[in-house]
Write a protein that binds this ligand. Structure first.
Ligand code: ZN
Length: 117
């Protein structure tokens, strides 16, 4: 279960238009030529529901097995929603086992995602 409501996103060339189109204000300053610029590493607070599905920003998620909160990149959270069992797993062995017992298919997926980690 997703806990975070908001996330801090670092603005870069590829996402600034996306967030601006959603109405977010990105703090800018004018350089000596009067051009609008934003600081490198500038962050803005956005609603998790507005995050790009591929965003790597970490969001707080509650494990459906032990109830503990853990941080997970948003992109991985979205990926887990596409898998067979739509449950959130903190990755602890005891929780993964509970999950695995329910599906052999998941066992494979769980191992794959650990390999990426
Ligand atoms: Zn857990």
């Amino acid at each position: 279960m997703l806990i975070s409501e908001y996330a801090e996103v670092v603005i870069n060339g590829s996402n600034k238009k996306y967030y601006e189109s959603l109405g977010y204000i990105i703090p800018k300053y004018k350089d000596k030529y009067g051009r609008e610029k934003y600081k490198k590493g500038q962050t803005i607070k956005v609603k998790v529901s507005d995050l790009q599905k591929t965003s790597r920003v970490e969001v707080e998620v509650q494990c459906d097995y032990c109830g503990e909160n853990f941080l997970q990149p948003f992109v991985r959270y979205n990926r887990s929603k596409k898998s067979l069992i739509k449950k959130d797993c903190c990755g602890k062995t005891i929780c993964q086992r509970k999950k695995e017992r329910r599906s052999d298919d998941f066992k494979i997926r769980c191992k794959t995602s650990n390999a990426i980690r």
